[in-house]
Design a protein around this ligand. Sequence first.
Ligand code: ADP
Length: 760
Amino acid sequence: MAGFDWFWKAMGGQQGRNQKRSKAIVQRADELRRDLWQLDDAALAARVTNSTVADDPALLLACLSVAAHRTIGMVPFDVQNQAVLRLLEGDVVHMATGEGKTLVGAMAATGFALSGKRVHVMTVNDYLADRDAEWMRPLVEFFGLSVASVTEKLTPEQRRAAYRSDVVYAPVSEIGFDVLRDQLITSRDQAVQHGADVALVDEADSVLVDEALVPLVLAGNEPGRAPTGKIVNVVKRLRLGAHYTVDDDRRNVFLTDAGAAAVERALGITSLYNDEHVGSTLVQVNLALHAQELLVRDVHYIVRDGKVALIDASRGRVADLQRWPDGLQAAVEAKEGLAVSEGGRILDTMTLQALVGRYPMVCGMTGTAVEATDQLRQFYDLRVSVIDRHKELQRFDEADRIYATEAEKNDAIVAEIIALNSVQRPVLVGTHDVAESEALATRLRGHGIEVSVLNAKNDAEEARIIAEAGDLGRVTVSTQMAGRGTDIRLGGTDEADRDAVVELGGLAVIGTARHRTSRLDNQLRGRAGRQGDPGTSVFFVSLEDDVVAVGGAGESVTAHPAGDGRIDSKRVQDFVEHCQRVTEGQLLEIHAQTWKYNKLLADQRVIIDERRANLLDTPRAWEELSARSPERAASISELPQEVLEQAAREIMLYHLDRGWSEHLALLDDVRESIHLRAIAKETPIDEFHRIAVAEFKELAQRAVTEAVDTFNTVRIDAAGAHLADEGLARPSATWTYMVGDNPLAGGGKSVIGSLSAMFR
Ligand code: ADP
């Protein structure tokens, strides 16, 4: 915050963040602009110094404005300048679609960078990161600053270079995955990120609220842990009771002495429990046994296209992106006689909320911030500033059209689209999931209507399509996530048919059902009526819709539908609103509860981070190990000091990382099972905290003890510590994924799904 003390001083702290003051600054910036316009580029750039940023916001704004005009040909509107001021102060600005947030974000990012802060501009996808970085590059570079984008396709070297820039545009997921991968490095020069001071979040409510608890996951292969075919066959012949037992809640299997003997005989080995086998063969036998006995086909998983797909028990659906850790996946594959993929384990996970929490300063922009005010304050201590529209809103939002049944509603939606299309008026339909989009498109095509369908699969391609959604005769069907951040101009991108479309009433937005929060409804409505354009929006609702069923659970409303199923009643209208408020409340509660669990892990991660940084950047590892095991240290003391330090570092980091990953897995289990303890009159969250804190303490101690053991036994020579020889290899490959998609848009899964079940 240091650079913006002027704002705090000027505002008198919390209280006075009044619009008046910032309008006065904008006004003064306008006046200054006229003089600055005379300066040549170099002189203009030189006007902004570190102290300008801190002391003279009007001058800063004026310089940024003139530079924006010269470099990208846009003179920022007053409302845009106000938004820039608010961002610099650390607010989330509420600015409607089409008001020019890209320019606003770039001006603020440049302002931050001019005060020496590194800024991460978080976008919702790769396409927007590239587009915005390229579009805004001339403005940032005008002041001698650097800008880059980071996207999925970049190599580690390219990322490392990109992250050195003053302003970095990147999807929030890429930034998060890079943070996770940087937690695995064993020497500082492998890091791709170099820290950042400010997170400027685009579509802030999507990222900070809707997707806040979606975990980013880093998984790694685990060489040698998958059971061999031979072991699987041996295990198949074992008998329950005689060779192994299962505990009461069917979570664990145990080999009996007779079982162990049978396996040893079949494999021709002397003991499963000696040093040679305990870390490998025995692990494989246990995995194979677990897969065989505890995981039941069509209950815990299905086999589809030659692959094992997990079933999410809480929702009874296939969880596509999930795998079992620790070679268990491979064990099940072997049991089913399928091609065995390499075993994997989850190395680290982090929610977007925890990621954003790492930045000293956060600000953001979105068209629907006001509706998220409570969440932004509660979870991030962020305030919302509403920025006026440049031109008044001309869009007309119709009242919901309500039907008794879903079938009647769908008929009405199709009829409405046909009617709009018959006069060539462009229509944008927002659906809740891909299947619904496809079904609707098929019906419309049956009526001879050409339809573009967007499924959030190819962002660049979909951005091109949605950009044309305002053209004459277009019908575009899109899920909530698709084509975000793209401007819809009336009459097409070239605006050739603008007059005709304006004449017809502009873009018609249709929602096929209300969302679980009105905020998501408003995101969809916001697609129409940009920059004073005409347009309309309407939602179709049926009493069978999810939001009505969930939000109105236990309540019913008497309705008297017309012949086509339409219900035209203020009371039913109110009931639908009520249902949505209930689901909004539920989501907020789930978010709050879930965050209580995640918060503790986020705090523990900070401690792990510090420990890791200490081990990476100092000779601490060597000092600790040699102090604890002086004889061993003496025996290798003829090796060069760097070799010793690096060997010690790798040993300690290995056990620390391994411990953290096991800690996460354990707490996941605890979290899953803890609601059972609630029956025993313990508060789940308190109990969770107690276990998490105790386990964490143990993790820290164990990591050190194990490191000392390894230090004593592992071969250390001029090439370093030979950890792989001891079965302590780091994963040679890692992969990343996000668990589930937007839980609010339907089709989501996991944490939110299972936790909502748990808090019911
Ligand atoms: P948002 O992200 O707020 O929906 P964009 O950043 O995509 O909006 O901008 C919408 C459109 O408005 C873009 O085509 C952009 O070129 C244009 N625009 C933004 N600011 C200005 C300005 N000050 N002068 C002229 N055009 C602008």
